[in-house]
Design a protein around this ligand. Sequence first.
Ligand code: COA
Length: 150
Amino acid sequence: MALEIDRVTTDADMAAALGVRTRVFVDEQHVPIEEEVDRFDTASAEGVVHVLGRLDGEPVATARLLLETHGDGYPHIGRVAVLAEHRGRGYGRAVMEALHREARSRGVAGVTLAAQTHAIGFYEGLGYVARGPIYLDAGIEHRDMDLRLT
Ligand code: COA
């Protein structure tokens, strides 16, 4: 079945994306809900693009792109989540590629992210290159990674 990916523009779609994230990050990975959700997680928030992937109408995958950069850094992709029972079928790759298209359409030179170390191979497969040391965030090991888009 094909995944349908759309940019989140309504409160209902935002709630669906947060439902996926809650199951993955809060229920599965035990990230506290107050660390998981922030001011960028509304349909009308400025400076962010959320995408939501649905299978036959059911929300199964999501990710977001924060457009504001820090200094000369790239925009930041985060909250990349696919429901456990739907992994390994290319849906994670598909939501990432949707955000890469969003970034390219804004003319940015690249994107960056903080990869959980278990997912480094997933991002490497998309062309990301690791940078700097491993560090802890929300009790989970991470490493920064960059993808050039130009
Ligand atoms: N390590 C190495 N390679 C991986 C991988 C991993 N953890 N997960 C997927 N891949 C590979 C796949 O084998 C596939 O390779 P192929 O193109 O050669 O076939 C490719 O990456 C694309 O995989 P895909 O099926 O699109 O990934 P997915 O839908 O299973 O989603 C995650 C991957 C990481 C988003 C998903 O496992 C997830 O939601 N995990 C929990 C949340 C999380 O940790 N998010 C990342 C936070 S940084």
